[in-house]
Ligand binder design. Structure first.
Ligand code: ADP
Ligand code: MG
Length: 355
């Protein structure tokens, strides 16, 4: 295990009878990183987190924390911080008592306890709320107390399962910024679960994309966006246009049209994925597309929206809908109902076998 690895999962599997919740995953978590598990509901994210936390037992596989076999330790012996969406605070204890609880359990002396609680209260910006009870706090404040309680004993890893899931969008976005700051301040490893790709992009150093109990790909947001390894990842992260067709000798074809591509895909059924900023849009006559955009298809504008610096077009083509984001300045505008030509470079189309 290399020095910058904190946690290593090997062949981790969890079965419930015949149903496989987690299917033989391997995952190396780096010391100090903000790693997010992203995937649709039921893809195995919570199962993985619960295995690490020690709330459930693996069917097979190993978990290695700093060279120590994690599965031999009970949940409380693992000394990990945990914040879940509904991981209730103790209602009969004040904010200060809630946060001090894990320190009391660990028999930390009073003076040290007070100092540690003060430190994390400042970190989550709740100094003024120390003597309130949970029911006197908003949902966002309660989650900040839960976060403070989870990190007060300085666990090497903080596990969070959709901790912002119950909060409204504005509060969620503000707390995302706060979480980044707290991660920087603590310098510990964060493992975060969400099904929301925007949240994953906003928070993470790296993202592991889960699908049906397996990890499809792990990488930075940029890597997953620019070089999706599978159609699932391409579809799940960021916006894209996807056309169904087939590949023959390195050429993707759909609806009788041929589109050369640089992806190496065996002949057979396939899908072509193009990111919206890789499309250019021109009038059909005269076509003013840059010469390197050698793949062309005609379409009708069915929607156009100004998004500040760009215009977002929705276009109907004979092989499916296309979404194009083009710079708002320096390009001709096209209105709803206009017939246009859409162009892209063969190197910007990603083709995936679907057979
Ligand atoms: P996620 O957190 O990605 O939404 P989960 O890890 O909770 O997904 O669940 C993964 C799969 O395991 C799902 O199909 C779920 O129904 C199944 N599962 C989870 N917990 C149990 C359980 N206690 N008994 C049976 N099946 C379960
Ligand atoms: Mg879950």
């Amino acid at each position: 295990m290399s020095d910058d690895t904190i946690l290593n999962l090997q062949g981790l599997t969890k079965a419930y009878g015949k149903a496989i919740a987690l299917d033989n995953i391997d995952l190396t978590i780096r010391r100090g990183e903000f790693l997010t598990f992203l995937g649709p509901s039921g893809s195995g994210k919570t199962t993985t987190l619960n295995l690490i936390a020690g709330f459930i037992e693996a069917t097979s596989g190993t978990m290695d924390l700093n060279g120590e076999a994690l599965e031999k330790l009970r949940a409380h012996e693992r000394n990990l911080g945990v914040v879940f969406q509904h991981y209730a605070l103790f209602p009969h204890m004040t904010v200060r008592e809630n946060i001090a609880y894990p320190l009391k359990q660990r028999k930390v002396p009073k003076a040290e306890r007070v100092e540690s609680v003060d430190r994390v209260l400042r970190m989550v910006r709740l100094e003024q709320y120390a003597s309130r009870y949970p029911k006197q706090l908003s949902g966002g404040q309660q989650q900040r107390v839960a976060l403070a309680r989870a990190v007060v004993y300085r666990p090497p890893i903080l596990l969070m399962d959709e901790p912002l899931g119950a909060l409204d969008k504005k509060l969620r976005e503000w707390l995302q910024v706060e979480l980044r700051r707290i991660h920087r301040e603590l310098g510990s490893t964060f493992i975060y679960v969400t099904h929301d790709q925007e949240e994953a992009l906003a928070l993470s150093d790296r993202i592991a994309v889960f699908n049906e109990g397996q990890i499809e790909q792990i990488g930075t947001a940029q890597e997953l966006y620019n070089e999706p390894g599978t159609l699932f990842v391409g579809r799940f992260i960021g916006e894209s246009s996807i056309f169904e067709g087939e590949v023959n000798d390195g050429v993707f074809s759909a609806g009788g049209m041929r589109f050369p591509c640089s992806s190496k895909v065996p002949s057979g059924p396939a899908a072509l994925l193009v990111r919206p900023e890789h499309f250019s849009v021109s009038a059909t006559e005269p076509c003013t597309l840059a010469p390197e955009l050698t793949n062309h298809i005609e379409g009708d504008v069915i929607d156009m929206v100004f998004v500040g610096a760009t215009i977002k077009y929705t276009l109907k083509t004979s092989i499916g809908e296309a979404i194009a984001h083009v710079p708002a300045v320096g390009t001709m505008e096209h209105g709803i109902g206009d017939r246009v030509t859409i162009g892209w470079s063969p190197s910007d189309g990603k083709v995936f076998a679907t057979g």
